[in-house]
Design a protein around this ligand. Structure first.
Ligand code: M6R
Length: 613
């Protein structure tokens, strides 16, 4: 949440900052701003705008600004204070000599504000962030350098932050610090970049340094010096960025979401590529090789995540229990630490996160670490905090996912769970033949996904009929119950239509009361072992005149007699079915939202990575 960009070097920083903000806009998009220091006169200049980065860009283009090779910028997702120009970042002191951008939450901002107010500081915004700029200003006025002021100031701060600060009094540096919110430094030739994630660095440099919690860095154009906030020198490792520019562009697609849905032919393949050992009927997952025995001997496997990643965890639970025989539990990461979870060193705990930055998932991970569980990350973003702070893990390799609604990351997470199930299963009692069957079915998925994507026009036509729906119900059983939850989440987050997912059999315990001729009900009903039971539930809805859309097997002609619309997809083994059955639901939500005239890539109130608790 919130995107930060910074630049110091020889180039004009303004286009770099605007471009960087556009690439980070998925992190927040209610307002944006830039703050720069001019090259010649060393004057500060701030421009802020309500709304999207493009509006800020328009404002910047209409303003004459001196060339500036030092600047910071921010795109906001509001926590404290409504979206407005005054609450937008950068925040600055009264004399406008100090600019600051922040991602995170300052928990003790009220106390700090009270103290600073007594010293005569006036606050103009409703944000928690503004206290930081006045706090650092007060320390600079006592004769401290910018670096020292930030260092001393942060020792008083409780909460989370990724910050970038520049000062007119030291116009040759950016000071950055991190605790709980991501920050990365891009290393160029005679220039440095700062960003919330590597997407903003792609095309500028291929070398970067990830900051860890409790670190502060002073960056000039030629070097950076890192230390801890309590002033111990540290050496940072330089990483290579392997993502290419075309991977983060929309190409010819109208939206990132549609591009990412269509990319699943390849992203699913990328998730198992090089990881299948067919002759041994097992998987090769380098990131967990070292601890694979401990994993296979775990007393329990615990999975924790939020949102779509939590739904992937639910499917993972079915797979792992079926093929490893180890008890599995799935937790909302956002709830995990609000009870007294029974977790110990005999448990292995997976933290599933596309971004690898979700604050709730990170907090759950810290709690599990305290309880000595084996900590594993299952992330998409390479170098993300969860990936770096886990003892071992598996990257899902879906490639950059920019659309706020997660699509390809979900199917790739499921592929990885299938691989992990085979790997652990083979170390226990999964037979060679059964292992090989799963792997062969995995390899067959991309072709089947291609077939499903050809149904796009049919799904768009179905979507047309439901543009004005007020509610949706999604029902599925077994492996397809989490798919019902995921289908409903996709629908509500981008179309703003109320939607609920339920286990199909639960319908008669309450939700059936909602069904009348105005209620669209989506059944995930492939021909599997629970098919007959799902058909009974379809009959129950039909008897109450609900409008039925069924995701069914391609050879199922009988179902057409019962339902209003059927979307026929290829079959696979039960455990892999969610990877196929979710795709029509992604497309259905997409088309309904587009037809309602909504911005599917940036739905209201949401952000791609939720870095506040
Ligand atoms: O990056 P993460 O996977 O940790 O994100 C978790 C959720 O915030 C995320 O899945 C969210 O629910 C998406 N908007 C769903 O489309």
């Amino acid at each position: 949440m919130c995107g930060i960009v910074g630049y110091i070097g020889e180039k004009n920083s303004i286009p770099i900052l605007i471009e960087g903000l556009k690439r980070l806009e998925y992190r927040g998009y209610d307002s944006a701003g830039i703050g720069v220091i001019s090259n010649e006169r060393k004057e500060t200049r701030v421009i802020k705008s309500l709304g999207k980065v493009s509006l800020l860009e328009d404002k910047v283009e209409q303003t004459s600004i001196d060339a500036s090779s030092l600047g910071i910028a921010h795109t906001r997702w509001a926590t404290h204070g409504e979206p407005s120009v005054v609450n937008a970042h950068p925040h600055f002191n009264k004399e406008e000599t100090l600019y600051l951008v922040h991602n995170g939450i300052i928990e003790n901002h009220t106390e700090i504000k009270a103290k600073l107010s007594k010293d005569g500081y006036e606050f103009v915004s409703e944000t928690d962030t503004e206290v930081l700029v006045h706090l650092f200003d007060s320390l600079m006025k006592k004769g401290n350098s910018l670096l020292k002021s930030v260092q001393i100031g942060l020792s008083e701060v409780r909460g989370t932050y990724g910050i970038s600060v520049i000062s007119k009094n030291e116009p040759d540096k950016i000071v950055v610090a991190k605790k709980g919110s991501p920050l990365v430094i891009g290393i160029g030739d005679g220039e440095h970049y700062v960003a919330s994630d590597v997407n903003a660095l792609i095309g500028h440099t291929s070398r970067c340094v990830y900051l860890d919690d409790g670190e502060i860095v002073e960056i000039t154009k030629d070097k950076f010096v890192a230390s801890t906030i309590d002033d111990k020198d540290i050496k940072k490792e330089v990483h290579e960025i392997s993502v290419e520019l075309d991977k983060i562009s929309k190409g010819d697609y109208p939206h990132y979401m549609l591009k990412e849905i269509f990319e699943q032919v390849n992203s699913v393949r990328d998730s198992f590529r090089g990881r299948i050992l067919m002759s041994e009927g097992t998987a090769k997952l380098g990131g967990i090789e070292r601890i694979a025995e401990r994993l296979a001997n775990s007393k329990r496997l615990l999975l924790s995540a939020c949102g779509t990643s939590w739904h992937a965890g639910l499917v993972g639970e079915y797979m792992l229990e079926q093929f490893t025989g180890i008890p599995v539990e799935v937790d909302y990461a956002s709830e995990f630490r609000y009870r007294n979870p029974i977790v110990d060193r005999n448990d292995s705990m997976f933290f599933i996160s596309q971004s690898g930055e979700t604050a709730d998932t990170l907090a759950a991970m810290k709690e599990a670490k305290r309880r000595d569980a084996l900590i594993l990350g299952l992330c998409n973003v390479v170098g993300s905090t969860i990936a770096r702070e886990s003892e071992a893990g598996v990257y899902v390799h879906a490639g950059p996912e920019i659309g706020v609604a997660s699509t390809k990351a979900f199917t790739s997470q499921l592929v990885v769970f299938a691989l992990i199930s085979v790997l652990i299963g083979r170390k226990r009692h999964l037979s060679l033949i059964d292992g090989q069957e799963i792997l062969r079915e995995l390899e067959a998925l991309p072709k089947k996904i291609e077939k499903i994507l050809k149904l796009n026009d049919q799904i768009e036509a179905i979507a047309e009929k439901f543009v004005d729906a007020k509610n949706f119900l999604y029902l599925g059983r077994g492996y397809n119950f989490p798919v019902a939850l995921e289908g409903a989440l996709k629908m509500k987050e981008i179309s703003y239509i109320h939607a609920e997912g339920y286990p199909a059999a639960e319908m008669k315990h309450g939700p059936i009361a909602l069904i009348d001729e105005n209620m669209p009900v989506v059944f995930i009903a492939p021909k599997d072992s629970v098919y007959d039971k799902v058909i009974t539930n379809i009959e129950e809805v039909k008897a109450r005149k609900g409008k039925i859309i069924a995701i069914a097997s391609e050879n199922d002609n009988e179902i057409d007699k019962l339902v209003d619309y059927s979307i026929k997809i290829p079959d696979t083994i039960r455990m892999l079915m969610p990877i196929l059955s979710v795709i029509p639901l992604q497309l259905l939500a997409y088309h309904v939202a587009v037809k309602r005239g909504l911005n599917v890539d940036q739905p209201r109130n949401l952000a791609k990575s939720v870095t506040v608790e």
